[in-house]
Structures are given as structure tokens and as C-alpha cells.
Design a protein around this ligand. Structure first.
Ligand SMILES: [Zn+2]
Ligand SMILES: [Zn+2]
Length: 261
């Protein structure tokens, strides 16, 4: 028994040494570079984005509205007005597309750099929420992609964020019951009114677990701009019996009245 364990342990040592050697050779032949600026990354680092690019994020400054997390006004927040009453709160890490956030989100969504999800989610998981609210959360739900967009992209970036956040926050992620049956136009090129029309009735809830009726769920998106997409998802959840919804995103677009920081 002891001999078997010793042999197994020895084999693992050899495998681990071999994989380190292969990695070193690969690093010399094809050095890993930052997904955003293409600077060479340190060997010991598993990161996909370099420290310089992360340091160029423009974090949302304080003070922030308690409810929507928007900087500027703690009371009489103009941004809260766009959220339905059952949306309890919203939080985001940084302004988009300011600093390096635009290229990071672009690489994550459109450049195939799906493994950046872990690094984005780590920053999202550190956002501050009222304690009483966090204890209410029953689960985390990604904004879904339509089947055709999923085939085209190969992954739903919001699902990757939701899975990573679920691990950090130790709550379940649910990606089965909120659906997007029809592909909508890409929101980025639309006016606020067009965005609203584009996603109205775009989402449907099917076979939601009965334990989630009356619950408080967290919706995850990579970026919040006018909140039209998240509001449409929240409406579908609310109509299916969910009592409260909160939003978490990596980026937030400035709205009228926001001053550059
Ligand atoms: Zn970089
Ligand atoms: Zn607000």
C-alpha cells in the first residue's frame, strides 16, 4: 500500500515537472501576451490581462446612490428612475468604455477571450452591498443569449460571469429558466428608445423552480447602459413570481449628467 502511494506520488512529481517544462518551452516559443495591449505576461502569472491594463480601469467613484450604485447623488438619484420598483439595487465595477474597460470587455465578448471571466468576476465579487440584502439572495441568473448568437459566439459571457460569481458568493447560478427565444439586434448601435423596443418581450421564463417564487435573484450582465436589457429580464422574472431583483455588471456606461472623472 505504502509502495503504491510512493509510486503514485513519484509519478505525480514527474508529471508536474514535465508539465512545468512544457509550459516553459511554450512560453519561450510563444510567450503569452495581454489580451488587450499585447504586452508579454510574466511566466508565473495565469492572468490574461496585464497589470497595467487592470490599473487603467476607471472605477465608479464615491459617493454613490445606495440603491443603484450610480456615482454623484446619494439622494434624488436620476438613474434610479429608470429601474422598476422591484429592482432592489445595482452595482458595477467601472465606467465603460473609459480607460481599459472598453477593450477588456470587447476582448471578453467578441475576441474569444472567455477565460477573462474569472478576473472580471473577482472584481465584481468585491463590490459592496448592504448586508441585509446579500443574505436575501437565492441565486444568480445570467442575461441569456439567443441560440443563434450563442452558436455564433460559442459562449455566453454572462453565464461565465454568473458561474464564477456563484463560486465566489457561494450561491447557486441558474441559467436554464430565463430564455431569449429570438435574437435581438445588438444594443450598442441603438438609441435609448430603440433599445427599449428591441428587448421588449425578448425574454421568457420557463420551468422556474418553485422554490424561487418569492425569492430575490441577482441578474448578471457584462455592461449596463440604459438598463433596457436588464429591466426586460427583471420584468420576465417578476412576472413569474420572483419578488426582488438586483443587478451586477462589470461596466457601466455614463448617462447624461455624469461628468468625466
Ligand atoms: Zn495589457
Ligand atoms: Zn440611484
Amino acid at each position: 500500500m505504502f509502495a503504491c502511494r510512493a509510486i503514485a506520488g513519484g509519478s505525480l512529481d514527474v508529471i508536474s515537472r514535465l508539465s512545468r517544462t512544457v509550459r516553459n518551452i511554450a512560453h519561450v516559443l510563444l510567450p503569452p501576451v495581454c489580451a488587450v495591449c499585447e504586452r508579454e505576461l510574466p511566466l508565473a502569472d495565469d492572468a490574461l490581462v496585464c497589470g497595467v491594463c487592470w490599473s487603467r480601469l476607471q472605477r465608479l467613484p464615491h459617493p454613490q446612490c445606495q440603491r443603484c450604485g450610480h456615482p454623484g447623488s446619494v439622494t434624488n438619484c436620476h438613474w434610479c428612475a429608470v429601474l422598476p420598483a422591484y429592482v432592489r439595487s445595482a452595482r458595477s465595477v467601472c465606467w465603460v468604455p473609459d480607460g481599459s474597460a472598453g477593450p477588456i470587455v470587447h476582448a471578453f465578448k467578441y475576441g474569444g477571450w472567455y477565460r477573462i471571466a474569472g478576473e472580471l468576476a473577482r472584481r465584481m465579487s468585491r463590490l459592496a452591498w448592504p448586508d441585509e440584502e446579500r443574505s436575501e439572495w437565492s441565486g444568480i441568473v445570467p442575461v441569456p443569449l439567443s441560440a443563434s448568437r450563442l452558436r455564433e459566439r460559442g459562449y455566453n459571457q454572462c453565464r461565465l460571469l454568473a458561474d464564477a460569481l456563484a463560486q465566489q458568493w457561494k450561491i447557486p447560478a441558474y441559467d436554464q429558466f430565463l430564455m431569449r427565444p429570438v435574437a435581438t439586434r445588438v444594443q450598442a448601435r441603438l438609441t435609448p428608445e430603440e433599445r427599449l423596443r428591441n428587448v421588449a418581450n425578448a425574454f421568457r421564463v420557463s420551468h422556474m423552480p418553485s422554490c424561487l417564487r418569492g425569492s430575490h435573484l441577482v441578474l448578471v450582465d457584462d455592461v449596463i447602459t440604459t438598463s433596457a436589457t436588464l429591466n426586460a429580464c427583471a420584468a420576465a422574472l417578476f412576472d413569474s413570481g420572483v419578488r426582488a431583483v438586483s443587478y451586477v455588471t462589470f461596466g457601466r456606461a455614463r448617462s447624461l449628467g455624469d461628468v468625466p472623472t
